[in-house]
Design a binder for this molecule. Structure first.
Ligand code: 5GP
Ligand code: MN
Length: 494
């Protein structure tokens, strides 16, 4: 454990902060909030010497007086940057509503869970108003909520259709050329913070991934077709706590990061990279928020249609090819029949591989190939591609704690919603989803020990560089949740 000294500029004055590198993110944030005399509703942003935003966490790189960070209180008072005064009172209403939702949650789970997710989504919108600015985009655009003083129709008051069209407009108004080199490089790493971006921005970043992997030129994908495709993908994710468009973005971004970190471009063909990235993008399309076990037990339409065989994954994949059946969205339309068949076959295999019921089957197959892994062997490549998509799918804990932890809340919210419904309907209750049985630490320690570490360790054998990028963060997360679990047990003993 060491003490870190961080130099930073605040309101034109150079200051320094001191903390131990084993303290929590919350403690470091509090330290800087205190220095900035920030009120609870203020948002703090830290910029490095290059002007890029950095996470305020114990992992902040130490610096010198010459390379100080810049600390700013942004969107400090929404009214002063042109937000309507009602917003303040709306925030209070939201707070009250949120309290009420928590109190009522046990009584009427379905409707409340729905309300809760709406509250969460609105809260995120409030918090993300500022974020377009640091991407260097939209400064002059009247669509940008901060750039005008006149109150705009609030997104929350718009219908789903209008809301999506607004995202589409924003997305199309931005160009991937405007994404700075820093952001492009950051996008290639697992420490990328998804929470800082709103939906239209994530669409631009996905576009950047396709362009920076040269998919547009290699597969003759027209930019407007790619944009239509990405927008349709966005529209086909549901507004649910976990399996939403942001999860899709994270999984695709991790896939993208892994491609760069492992230098996969020199080991697999570009067409295989396209299969992996597009599979990640489509892997949870139209997820209803209830897993396969529920689909089968509740005999849903999906379970009926797919005869209880991976009903969700079959559906995600069918929706993907449904989107591509429209020529204006078909990113594969300029390929030869043979190429199309190869991509379709590959995507079906990769997306069906994300059914966790097949986890051991796929991991064991990969293990048997490991000692003599052969990048020219078709079967080996196929299993590796499945493994890469699977790793990306369940990689939240490989991200910095401040990025990963909110995902766990989202996941448990969706889990609890399912188990509440199962209880109401008299269906078997999935134990790891039962709010009476699981806690955040217990859910993570088991998942990390028995699922993540064995999987990530196996992939790290093939790509040793992943040790530092995904294995170590996962080990740290295990330590963190094990400590919490122990502390919880000791508390109940007392
Ligand atoms: P997905 O449904 O996202 O395609 O497949 C991944 C599944 O793995 C999730 O539904 C969930 O059951 C599980 N999973 C992914 N990440 C985590 C995690 O961080 N903790 C736990 N307990 N389960 C996870
Ligand atoms: Mn997923």
């Amino acid at each position: 454990m060491t003490t870190k000294i961080i130099h930073f500029m605040l309101n034109g004055r150079l200051q320094q902060a001191e903390f131990r590198d084993d303290c929590s993110t919350a403690e470091v944030k509090d330290l800087f909030r205190a220095a900035a005399e920030a009120e609870p509703h203020h948002i703090l942003k830290m910029y490095n010497i290059n002007g890029s935003v950095v996470n305020i966490s114990p992992r902040l790189d130490t610096n010198s007086v010459d390379s100080y960070y810049r600390l700013e209180v942004v969107a400090s008072d929404l009214k002063s940057v042109g937000m309507p005064t009602e917003l303040d009172s709306m925030e209070h209403r939201l707070q009250r509503l949120e309290n009420k939702v928590s109190e009522e949650a046990v009584k009427s789970p379905d409707a409340i869970a729905d309300l809760k997710s709406q509250v969460e989504s609105f809260k995120r919108k409030l918090e993300s108003v500022e974020h377009l600015s640091w991407m260097g985009l939209f400064k002059e655009d009247s669509d940008h909520q901060l750039s005008t003083l006149s109150p705009k129709p609030k997104t929350s008051g718009l219908s789903l259709q209008e809301d999506r069209q607004q995202v589409r407009r924003k997305f199309l108004n931005m160009s991937s050329l405007q994404v700075t080199e820093e952001v492009r490089e950051h996008l290639k790493t697992p420490i990328f913070d998804n929470w800082q971006w709103e939906e239209a921005e994530m669409l631009v970043l996905l576009q950047v991934m396709f362009t920076d992997l040269d998919f547009l030129t290699a597969f003759h994908i027209e930019l407007d077709v790619l944009q239509n495709f990405l927008f349709e993908v966005f529209c086909h994710y549901n507004n649910i706590p976990f399996h939403n468009f942001r999860h899709c973005f994270c999984v695709t971004q991790m896939m993208y990061g892994l491609i760069w970190l492992t230098e996969l471009r020199s080991k697999l063909s570009r067409i295989d990279l396209l299969i992996m990235l597009t599979s990640a993008l489509c892997h949870d399309l139209d997820h209803p928020g209830y897993n396969n076990v529920y689909q089968i037990n509740a005999q849903t339409d999906l379970a009926l249609r797919y005869n209880d065989i991976s009903p969700l994954e079959n559906h995600h994949c069918a929706v993907a090819f449904g989107i591509m059946s429209k020529p204006e969205c078909n990113i594969l339309k300029n390929l030869t029949c043979e190429q199309y068949k190869h991509i379709r076959g590959g995507m079906i295999k990769c997306i069906l591989a994300t059914d966790m019921a097949r986890h051991n089957e796929i991991l064991n197959k990969f293990k048997t190939m490991q000692p003599v892994f052969d990048f020219t062997n078709k079967d080996h490549k196929e299993v590796l591609m499945k493994i890469m998509v699977k790793v990306s799918d369940i990689s939240n804990e490989a991200r910095p704690m401040a990025v990963a932890e909110p995902w766990l809340d989202c996941l448990l919210q969706e889990f609890f919603n399912q188990s509440d419904t199962e209880k109401l309907k008299g269906l078997p209750v999935t134990p790891f989803m039962d709010r009476d049985k699981v806690s955040k630490p217990s859910s993570q320690t088991n998942f990390i020990r028995f699922v993540l570490l064995p999987l990530f360790t196996e992939l790290t054998k093939l790509f040793p560089c992943l040790e530092e990028h995904i294995l170590e963060p996962v080990r740290r997360a295990l330590d963190y949740y094990s400590d919490l679990e122990r502390a919880g047990k000791e508390e109940t003993k007392e």
